[in-house]
Design a protein around this ligand. Structure first.
Ligand code: SAH
Length: 221
């Protein structure tokens, strides 16, 4: 006789395994782990790949883009060291997953994407999840968001060859930006930029692979 498994137990076990995998890949900040436990990645992955939402791999989303690997989301969030009173800019909304995690850790999140459709779908999810401190905007994020600047934290989830000048300029003194840099078809480097009173400090964190930061808005949407 087989005992039918309780779906609530399955969900709890899946979550436990998800968090365990994050820890084993170096995500150790308790606040980050807690936020990632609360935001269900399955909500942000639709269609064909939804049954793989809890695996540590990037997955395809609409507009030919990807939702990042959970451990990379965790490591980037940890490197950003978000504080409860912070205003954050995310460049590259994608599915909205990273923004949702940041919304639990900070006061206000602005997230921009060049694809109108991704912004629209992510904004619907933020409303459904009651994440009312996120504003999602269609824009070319390489110019930042001058009307809302400066930011305590900036996270870029698409790779540029160098940190975009407007983003450096929109970082507060003492602020931190985490972003992948490098050629789009090669392995890139995740770096952390800290703005000091008299310049910027750069730390190289680890090799990563992201979709490229592309100029201009997506067409025909
Ligand atoms: N953070 C996302 C994953 C982002 S994938 C998540 O949690 O799901 C990278 C995203 O960057 C894509 O959606 C792509 O459309 C966006 N992007 C690329 N270039 C951009 C630009 N110049 N301005 C804004 N968004 C950009």
């Amino acid at each position: 006789m087989t005992v039918p498994s309780d779906p609530a137990d399955d969900a709890a076990e899946r979550k436990m395994r998800f968090v365990f995998a994050l820890r084993s890949r170096g995500v150790t900040d308790a606040r980050v782990l807690n936020a990632m436990e609360q935001i269900d990645r399955g909500t942000f992955v639709r269609g064909l790949f939804s049954d793989r939402a809890y695996e540590d791999m990037p997955l395809p989303i609409a507009c030919g883009q990807t939702i990042s690997q959970p451990s990379v989301v965790g490591l980037m969030t940890q490197a950003l060291n978000p504080q409860p009173r912070d205003t954050v800019l995310e460049v590259g909304t994608g599915s909205g997953y990273q923004a949702a995690i940041l919304s639990l850790l900070t006061r206000r999140v602005y997230t921009v994407d060049r694809h109108r459709r991704l912004v629209r779908e992510a904004a619907t999810l933020f409303r459904e999840l009651d994440l009312s401190n996120i504003t999602a905007i269609t824009a070319d994020g390489s110019f930042g968001l001058p009307d809302q600047a400066p930011f305590d934290r900036i996270i870029v989830t698409a790779a540029a060859e160098d940190p975009p000048g407007p983003l450096l300029a929109q970082l507060k003194i003492g602020g931190i930006m985490v972003l992948p840099v490098g050629q789009s078809d090669a392995v890139q480097s995740l770096i952390r930029v800290t703005r000091r009173t008299n310049g910027y400090d750069y730390d190289e964190l680890r090799p990563v692979r992201f979709v490229p930061l592309v100029e201009g808005l997506g067409q025909n949407e």
